[in-house]
Ligand binder design. Structure first.
Ligand code: GLN
Length: 550
């Protein structure tokens, strides 16, 4: 029988509740327990696929084709497991199911209500994931903060689960912000106290509290939280700011969280094995070299829009013994003033990530052209791959005004066009080419060298593809299609010869990157970037020597 750990939030959202949930999972996994994690998003969207990443952060794609919340990505990275779309539960899914059942007549004669029908459906979904995966512990993170209208049915379902599963099989962890008042350097716990009260009002007494704070809280603050939260001090933890989020399991373990949770859930005592994890964290923190990467995208003000890309760069850099210094470049700058693209010369690598729509496209194309012509290591992801094809068609194949039909419906050269099965779609939600598919890699290519395999599996999220009508023109002009879908009908990887590193993929390689296990295309990119950096350094040195000698 699985045990359930519910993680709730207080005071404000986006304080790293997902990281705490993932860290708790890691701590338990380190003791040999089988863990899964579920994210509950109380919004009415069925999934996050139709939401703007600028407002909500990245859409994380699961192997089974779910468009999920970015916290699912944190769980996968921290726990090194592959989750399903079922691990992300939304209000939209729950209501859709209940209303569909009602229309079918499943509840004939009954008045359909939030309690019990909605709460039953929530519990059914949580248990389905936990029992279906045969885990020892399921961590259930409830999005938003205690007191949100949308979150109420989920908290109510969690409260009921305590009654149904029993005290020893359920645990509530409340994560809340503790701000520090600048003027007096005081830790302020009042807001946290209020959010604990909010939970109690609906019948949940937290078993543990994690104070999310800039700095480690002091003893007095800890006892105050314990007193007002009706907890022993040993149940109060602090998640303070760290350089890399991967440190959080280590700092929580150090504070005794593993011992506390296993004791409270009556799990047998086991020595945690966190050595490998802490070695990875050390490799990130102690890396001597630096590698400067420009990510040329659109949603650059909220770096959470590209969280998996950022983390994949961090994993690859750490593995190669370097720190990734990532600058988020708003490509619209290169549109207003194309000269500005020259600023990219100071970077060791240029990455153009996935995206949608017309805005910023010409800026991205300028950035791609710059990296191609100046031999700067380049990695293109999804839209970044499609625009690399557009750039090549225009500037190498001489196809004037070539474009993707997503950007210009009437382009004379639609080198990127809708996937055939995408024509005449009625619904835009959940209908892209989604999730994991096999890719065949051509021997003798850079891709083959990177992956050291003829077949890989990667995750997708797109509607457009390289138009087969242009395959011939592109390849005759030197572009190499080094990866194809299994049926040979889709281009998955393109690369250019006579360039230090120019590779672009239709898939999102970042989704399968893990700390300590970087993804091959990202690792190759970082290694090429490091090489460029070293060459530049020795070039600059020789320049300096010759100047000073002159
Ligand atoms: N907009 C492009 C498509 O739909 C690329 C999508 C993406 O980058 N995820 O095919």
């Amino acid at each position: 029988m699985p045990k359930y750990i519910f993680v709730t939030g207080g005071v404000v959202s986006s304080v790293g509740k997902g990281i705490v949930a993932a860290s708790v999972g890691r701590i338990l996994q380190a003791r040999g327990y089988k863990v899964t994690a579920i994210k509950i998003d109380p919004y009415l969207n069925v999934d996050s696929g139709t939401m703007n990443p600028y407002a909500h952060g990245e859409v994380f794609v699961t192997d089974d084709g779910g468009e999920t919340d970015l916290d699912i990505g944190w769980y996968e990275r921290f726990l090194d497991i592959t989750l399903s779309k079922r691990n992300n539960i939304t209000t939209g899914q729950v209501y859709l199911e209940v209303i569909t059942k009602e229309r079918r007549g499943d509840y004939l004669g009954k008045c359909v209500q939030i309690v019990p029908h909605i709460t039953d459906e929530i519990k059914r979904r949580i248990r389905l994931v936990a029992e279906g995966n045969d885990v020892d512990i399921a961590i259930v993170e409830i999005g938003g903060t205690a007191g949100d209208i949308e979150g109420q049915p989920f908290l109510e379902a969690a409260r009921q689960m305590r009654l149904e599963e029993g005290f020893e099989n359920t645990l509530f962890i409340h994560v809340a912000l503790v701000p520090i008042l600048k003027a007096t350097e005081e830790f302020k716990t009042k807001a946290l106290q209020h959010s604990v009260n909010e939970l109690r009002r609906i019948g949940i007494q937290p078993d543990a509290i994690v104070a999310r704070c800039e700095k480690p809280i002091d003893r007095a603050t800890r006892s105050k939280i314990a007193l007002f939260g009706t907890l022993p001090e040993s149940a109060v933890f602090c998640s303070y700011d760290v350089e890399y989020v991967y440190e959080v399991p280590l700092i929580l373990e150090e504070q005794g969280m593993g011992v506390f949770i296993t004791g409270r859930l009556n799990l047998s005592w086991r020595q945690p094995k966190l050595k490998e994890w802490s070695d990875i964290v050390t490799s990130m923190k102690n890396a001597k070299e630096e590698v400067r990467i420009a990510v040329c995208g659109k949603y650059t003000k909220l770096t959470d829009s590209y969280v998996s890309v950022r983390e994949a760069l961090i994993h690859a850099a750490a593995y190669a013994g370097a720190k990734a210094i990532i600058d988020w470049i708003d490509v619209e700058e290169f549109e207003l003033n194309p000269e500005r693209v020259n600023m990219l010369s100071r970077y060791d690598g240029i990455l153009v990530p996935g995206g949608f729509g017309q805005r910023g496209v010409e800026g991205k194309i300028n950035a791609i052209k710059y990296s191609r012509e100046n031999g700067i290591p380049f990695l293109g992801i999804c839209f970044g791959m499609q625009l690399s094809v557009v750039e090549y068609a225009r500037n190498v194949c001489g196809l004037e005004d070539a474009n993707s039909t997503e950007v210009s419906a009437n382009t004379p050269h639609p080198v990127i066009d809708l996937l055939p099965e995408q024509r005449n779609l009625e619904n835009l939600g959940g209908t892209m080419r989604l999730g994991g598919f096999e890719i065949l890699i051509k021997p003798g290519t850079l891709a083959h060298k990177l992956y050291n395999s003829s077949i890989i599996r990667q995750r997708h999220r797109h509607r457009y593809e390289v138009n087969p009508a242009y395959w011939d023109i592109l390849t005759r002009a030197g572009m190499i299609f080094s990866g194809m879908s299994e049926d040979g009908r889709r281009v998955e990887i393109i690369e250019l010869p006579n360039h230090p590193y120019f590779i672009a993929t239709q898939y999102h390689a970042e989704f399968i990157s893990r700390p300590g296990k970087p993804e091959a295309a990202y690792l190759g990119f970082i290694r090429a970037a490091l090489k460029r950096r070293k060459n530049l350094e020795s070039y600059n040195k020789s320049k300096y020597v010759s100047i000073s000698m002159g």
